[in-house]
Write a protein that binds this ligand. Sequence first.
Ligand SMILES: Nc1nc2c(ncn2[C@@H]2O[C@H](COP(=O)(O)OP(=O)(O)OP(=O)(O)O)[C@@H](O)[C@H]2O)c(=O)[nH]1
Ligand SMILES: [Mg+2]
Length: 313
Amino acid sequence: MNLENPHNTLIEKTESQGVCDSTKAGFAAVLGRPNAGKSTFLNTLVGEKLALVSHKANATRKRMNLILMEGKTQIVFVDTPGIHTQEKLLNQYMLQEALKAMSDCDLLLFLAPVTDKIHFYEEFLNNAKKPHIVLLTKTDSVPKEELLKTIKIYEKYQKNYQALIPVSIKDLGSLKRVVEVVARLMPPNPYYYDPEILSPNTTKDIAKEMIREALFDNLSDELPYESDVQITLYKEKPHIHHIKATIVVHKTSQKGMVIGKGGATLKRIGREARLKIESFVRQKVFLEIFVKVIPSWCKERESLKKMGYNFED
Ligand SMILES: Nc1nc2c(ncn2[C@@H]2O[C@H](COP(=O)(O)OP(=O)(O)OP(=O)(O)O)[C@@H](O)[C@H]2O)c(=O)[nH]1
Ligand SMILES: [Mg+2]
């Protein structure tokens, strides 16, 4: 079967599994290097900004599940941290999260920006044992001829993948095609989650990601990586959600940067985060943010565990 798209470039090898009366459900892990566009892709699919997106790498730290219904098929997309070198402890945790998602899922979606050289991906393309589809992302950032050339290069691996689909978040049709292909590859199963919900992650988890996103957007490059957010109170009152959060950094100088001159930076972070959370929970939010120094929080296994990054020993 060969579906059309604006670039006429979807290469798909799977045949339709036919109409089935019973439901299908499965997990599709979204993998790729940092900054490949994994979280953006998923947010655009579900139409809500649930996963943290940033132009800075290493935005996603923990797996986040986003649920999409396609007819009688429930697809649980698993957003994962970007796969990269792992000399730092937090990176090791992030790699572990990605590998866990990979082993638990039914299908892998491997995202490779069309602007990257294929050599970054050859190891995966050669050796991946799980059924996978390759998504060439950010196609809007290259001319059509370059996209076609890149597709030719990837076709060398077509024996291994189920489909190769060029995508851009600016082309909703390309995302729809991904959903169709993924839905077809999901196994017969009862639904894992209530079909009405978008994510089984709690509102508290999502609020935390939204505050982290505001931090990423307002701080210079290295700092976000060395900071984190803890939610110390999440109370849903009749007309308002009351949230207390603590931004954790590991040096006193970083605390100063988060607070900013006369508290200006922290105020901006708080305002941005509050607006994001309010638009998600569709309620007023009262958000209080504190800043705390915990030396070396991201360098020691025990401190990481306290922050909610649970290593599998
Ligand atoms: N031009 C263009 N930019 C995109 C597209 N998809 C994502 N981006 C940008 O790529 C950057 C990284 O996006 P993320 O979704 O945070 O990437 P990620 O793969 O989740 O990154 P990590 O969580 O760090 O592993 C952001 O600046 C996005 O706006 C796309 O289709 N086209
Ligand atoms: Mg991400």
